[in-house]
Design a protein around this ligand. Structure first.
Ligand code: AMP
Ligand code: ZN
Ligand code: FE
Ligand code: FE
Length: 297
């Protein structure tokens, strides 16, 4: 166990991949091109782009990755739920023409717009913000996956909060009176769809209490492993040391891969730094072997 925990601190760090990042196509602050450039400069082995519920940033990222010879995995972070638990899933290397997946993203987009608009209407009674203000922060919704971060950015733009993270501690929090969940697909459904689309699927920040009172149990994760789940994201800043140990043990017992990612959202999106958590080369190789899409390089 200790050897796996120490991997980050080892000199092999530069051979690691950051498998979890966000751009302006969801709630990150940099373009896909900038993300690729920063990853190249950071000296990490490769990067996966995983905007929320969308593959819209892929073509720009692919172009820049080829220009810079920066290895790129195309992916998406999918919003799902299980019981009372909001679950984020990372899907990599799937066929982007898969109709079931495209339909899932379309539905989530509609549900996200409806829910975020309702939240803004409720919040508008207490704070001077409108839906139009929020759309402006998201740069329009045509290509951006809209969500709470854009409400937070609006509150910052109006001078009501100093940073996005401070707004997330206040009215934007999942514990606030204004919070509404996004109507989301079930975890088992997402696993089936991503596997049918030839992708590799993980549960993101599986031990995080940031948006949940209750997290997935060992039994839940065993059930998902039986359905074809590939991996657990172990190396993520929201997983405590205790949770990392728990998830690593579970992964080895269930034959799941253990991945790492920064969940980077740009310079002021979240404190998370690009490359702060990485996936080791052997795990990366297993993911690449399983996915239907090649790595861009
Ligand atoms: P939503 O999906 O609309 O409920 O919004 C929640 C998302 O906001 C999560 O996926 C977080 O990763 C993201 N997020 C972006 N920036 C921040 C931040 N500064 N603090 C907390 N969450 C953030
Ligand atoms: Zn995000
Ligand atoms: Fe997430
Ligand atoms: Fe994320």
């Amino acid at each position: 166990m200790r050897a796996a925990l120490a991997w980050h601190e080892s000199p092999e760090h530069s051979q690691g991949w950051d498998l979890h990042t966000h751009t302006v196509f969801s709630d990150g602050q940099c373009t896909p091109s900038e993300a690729i450039e920063l990853a190249k400069n950071a000296g990490i082995a490769g990067i996966a782009l995983t905007d929320h519920d969308s593959a819209q940033g892929w073509s720009e990222a692919e172009k820049r990755a080829r220009e810079l010879n920066m290895p790129l995995i195309r992916g998406t972070e999918i919003t799902a739920e299980w019981g009372h638990t909001s679950v984020h899933m990372l899907a990599w290397l799937y066929d982007p023409t898969n109709e079931a997946l495209a339909e899932l993203f379309r539905t989530t987009r509609i549900n996200r717009v409806r829910r975020t608009k309702k939240m803004v209407e409720m919040m508008g009674k207490k704070y001077p913000i409108t839906w139009e203000d929020v759309l402006k922060q998201a740069g329009g919704t045509a290509q951006t996956t809209i969500g709470r971060p854009h409400i937070a950015d609006t509150l910052v733009a109006k001078g009501l909060f100093a940073t996005r993270s401070e707004a997330f501690l206040g009215p934007v929090s999942s514990k606030s009176e204004f919070y509404l969940p996004v109507i989301s697909p079930q975890v088992d459904e997402v696993i089936t769809i991503v596997k049918d689309a030839g992708g590799v699927v993980a549960i993101a920040h599986a031990g995080s209490f940031a948006r949940n009172k209750e997290i997935l149990s060992d039994q839940d994760i065993r059930h998902f492993a039986d359905l074809g789940l590939d991996a657990l994201e172990v190396w993520h800043r929201e997983n405590s040391p205790e949770q990392r140990v728990r998830l690593l043990k579970l992964a080895s017992r269930l034959g799941l891969l253990a991945t790492g990612g920064s969940d980077w959202h740009g310079p002021h999106g979240k404190p998370n730094l690009l490359g702060e958590n990485l996936t080791d080369p052997q795990t990366l190789q297993a993911i690449v072997t399983r996915g239907v899409l090649p790595v861009v390089e």
